[in-house]
Every structure is written in structure tokens, then in C-alpha cells.
Unconditional design. Structure first.
Length: 434
């Protein structure tokens, strides 16, 4: 500090007064780097990246402060370097296998592979995207309809039991409209997904749309609710009209407990009218909902109006639980795919992350990255994310699903009307949470 110029000391005072001002902090880092204070510049750049993780300028400045080449330096070097004639070689192309064997001892593997018999085609394929909401492309805004996507249930890692139930109870009849007509089955349907938050209900809804080759439309309370009398009901009607025009269409009602809360608990007549409108639209008088598949998701199914679960509306339910072992492996692979890692034993990591939701697993990967980043900042040596970082992060993260199960247990035990929560009771007994 005593060797710093008055200008740098003044800049430090300004940064202390506005710690979240990223451009100001980067200007201080530039001044520090110009004075030859590389470690101090790295520390300021690291703080800037915490406020703005995607800031390319902060990343480039940190690399310069550490003495590493930046992408701009690489481009300049390539531009100055004259193009060399291609070396003669066999027409078959570069021998990648030989090159990989040559550098195998110098470059550590990204993942630790469990010991098993080797042979051609033994390696497992890249894990699919998992049901964690993180691989999720994002909810559609009001009136915005996504065209049939490429995401299907095959992209949901693990959760085989959920896939089988979806196939038997919902997808199979929808895929065979001729057979449905033979048996008098309407080409429409409703399914209510419930479970703890962060377990991939939205992603599953998108996968169902992909399985059916249908458009996808996501709606939440913000898209419907309006301060003016009558506008909320009109918005609800327009949502269903848009889905009918785009049929076949999967209409996803996110947080349906807000859109269709129990009317017996409502004091405000306007919201009661909105729930009534939702019930009317679900009925689809005159077969208007043909080709509209309504999926709804909630964390609190006991707060959903009972009329919504009447036959012909959201009459089928699906419990979406925390990811199983194959799903956890797929989620971890997804969130580590673009991060610098070495010697990560996914099998061990999957075991210590039991009961974590998809969102919790994403947080584990993020926390491990922060550990490696801060360590690199302190030592001045950039290192990979290793197993120690991931295990330390997993130890600190507590399952965010525990409060949900604490509430759901009482409902499942004492308010299991019609056996709706039988599947939840079986899971709680299996996990010894009763």
C-alpha cells in the first residue's frame, strides 16, 4: 500500500465507496498492473468477476495480470505469423489416437473412469441433459409459443419411473389418436406435476411437448393477473385461445397454486373469478380444447382448488422427486461441461449428493468453481477444479428439499383424500422420513 501512487490510493477510496462499480474497479486494476503490482490487479479483477461473471474485459485483465496469453494476443500472433505450407502427410488425416496417447501423461483426465474391461465402444456416451431446470431453455413469456423442440424424454437424465408413468398415463393415448377415437378417447388431457422445488418439472413439461411434436406455451401468474377488473379473466381466455390456434400445443401452467388457488380461502372476488375462468377454459365447451394438452406444476398441491383435479381437467397427477443417481450424474456432467476440471470421480460425487435437487447440484458446481477461482487469485497460479473443491462444496450444501418434505409429510399423513398422496407416502417410508 505504501508503494502505491496517490492516484491509485484515490482510486481505492472511490472503489471502496462504490464496491459494485465494475468499470471503476477494472480501471483501478489497470492502474495497478501498469505500476507492476500484478497480484493486487488480480485481486481486483477477481472481485469484479464476482459482480459480473461474464465480463470479458475482467477475464482478459486477470489473464494479463497472471502473465497468461489472452485471445486478443493469440489473434495478433497469428496475424503476424506468415502462413506456413502444410506439411506433407498421408491423405487419411491426423492420427488423433496416437496424439492422445502421447500427451496422456501430461494432461490429467477430466473425469475418473471406474475400472472395467476396456474395448472398442466401451466408453459411455455423453450424458443427456438432466431434469434440473438448469438445462432448461427458459420459460416462454405471455402469448409466446415455442415451436416443437428437439428436447424429449430421452434428454431427461435418469428418472426412469417418472418416464414410464408419463408414457403409460399420458403420452401413449396422445400418440395414438386413431386408437383413441376408436375407444371414444378425446385428443386432449391434463396432468398435474407436484413435488419439491428445483427438481425439473418445467424441463419435463418441455420434454413432453417434444415427445408429442407439439408447440409449447408456458404461463405463470404474472402473465394473467391484472389490476383492472375483468382483465385477468380476459387474459386467461386469450391464453387458451392462443393454445387452441397453435394445436397441437402443450400449455404449461407454472405455479398453478397461484393461478388456481382454493377459492374457499380467497377474500378478493376478482381472483375467484380468475379461477372460475380457468375452470371454464379447462372444460373446453364443445370440444374446443381438442389437441391442447394442459400440464400444470406446483410445489403445494394441497393449495390447489379441488375443482381443478376433477375428472376431465387435471385428473392425473405425477410426483416429481429429487433426481436419482443416473439423473444426478447427468446433471453434474451438464454443469461441469464447460468448466476446467481434472480427475473428478463422478461416481463418488453422485453418492455424497443424495437427496439434493437439480438446483442444489448446480449450486455445488458453482461453489466449487468459486473455491478454485479464489485459490487461484490468492496464489497467483491458475489451477483446475478438482475433487476436493467439489466434495467441500457438496458438504456445505444442505438439501433445499427438506423443508418441503417436512410440510408434505403432515399433509400426506393426515389429509390424503382419495389416496392422492399415496406415492408420496411410499417415498417417505422408503426414505424413513415418517
Amino acid at each position: 500500500m505504501s508503494n502505491e501512487s496517490p492516484l491509485i490510493q484515490s482510486m481505492r477510496t472511490a472503489v471502496a465507496a462504490a464496491p459494485a462499480d465494475v468499470p471503476l474497479r477494472l480501471h483501478l486494476a489497470e492502474l495497478l498492473l501498469g505500476e507492476g503490482l500484478g497480484e493486487a490487479a488480480v485481486a481486483e479483477a477477481a472481485v469484479a468477476l464476482q459482480h459480473a461473471p461474464g465480463d470479458a474485459g475482467a477475464r482478459a485483465l486477470m489473464m494479463r495480470a497472471m502473465g497468461l496469453p489472452t485471445p486478443a494476443d493469440d489473434k495478433a500472433e497469428k496475424a503476424e505469423k506468415p502462413e506456413e505450407p502444410a506439411a506433407p502427410g498421408p491423405s487419411a488425416g491426423f492420427d488423433w489416437a496416437a496424439a492422445e496417447n502421447e500427451v496422456a501423461g501430461a494432461v490429467p483426465p477430466r473425469f475418473v473412469t471406474p475400472a472395467r474391461a476396456a474395448g472398442p465402444g466401451v466408453g459411455a456416451p455423453e450424458a443427456p441433459l438432466a431434469a434440473d431446470g438448469s438445462g432448461d431453455p427458459g420459460d416462454a413469456t405471455a402469448w409466446e409459443v415455442d415451436t416443437p423442440g428437439s428436447v424429449t424424454l430421452a434428454d431427461v437424465g435418469g428418472m426412469q419411473e417418472i418416464k414410464e408413468r408419463l408414457e403409460a398415463a399420458f403420452l401413449a393415448p396422445m400418440r395414438n389418436p386413431e386408437l383413441g377415437r376408436l375407444y371414444g378417447k378425446s385428443l386432449r388431457g391434463g396432468l398435474l406435476m407436484y413435488g419439491p422445488p428445483g427438481c425439473g418439472k418445467t424441463f419435463i413439461a418441455r420434454a413432453v411437448a417434444g415427445e408429442l411434436g407439439a408447440s409449447f406455451m408456458s404461463v405463470s401468474i404474472n402473465d394473467v393477473l391484472d389490476m383492472w377488473m375483468g382483465n385477468s379473466e380476459r387474459n386467461m381466455h386469450e391464453v387458451f385461445e392462443t393454445a387452441r390456434r397453435q394445436a397441437p400445443c402443450v400449455l404449461f401452467l407454472d405455479e398453478v397454486d397461484a393461478l388456481g388457488a382454493k377459492r374457499s380461502r380467497m377474500q378478493h372476488g376478482g381472483m375467484r373469478n380468475t379461477v372460475n375462468q380457468l375452470l371454464t377454459e379447462l372444460d373446453g365447451v364443445g370440444g374446443a380444447n381438442e389437441g391442447v394438452f394442459v400440464l400444470a406444476a406446483t410445489n403445494v398441491p394441497w393449495d390447489v382448488d379441488i375443482a381443478l383435479r376433477r375428472p376431465g381437467r387435471l385428473d392425473r397427477t405425477l410426483l416429481v422427486l429429487p433426481p436419482d443417481a443416473p439423473a444426478r450424474e447427468a446433471i453434474l456432467r451438464y454443469h461441469l461441461r464447460d468448466r476446467p476440471i481434472e480427475s473428478v470421480d463422478l461416481g463418488k460425487l453422485v453418492k455424497v449428493t443424495e437427496d439434493l435437487s437439480g438446483a442444489d447440484l448446480a449450486h455445488v458446481c458453482e461453489s466449487a468453481s468459486e473455491r478454485a477461482l479464489l485459490d487461484s487469485t490468492r496464489t497467483g497460479v491458475v489451477r483446475m477444479i478438482n475433487m476436493k473443491d467439489l466434495l467441500g462444496a457438496a458438504k456445505e450444501v444442505r438439501p433445499s428439499t427438506d423443508p418441503w418434505f417436512a410440510s408434505a409429510r403432515n399433509v400426506a399423513m393426515f389429509a390424503n383424500e382419495g389416496g392422492m398422496y399415496d406415492e408420496l407416502l411410499a417415498y417417505l417410508k422408503r426414505k424413513r422420513k415418517l
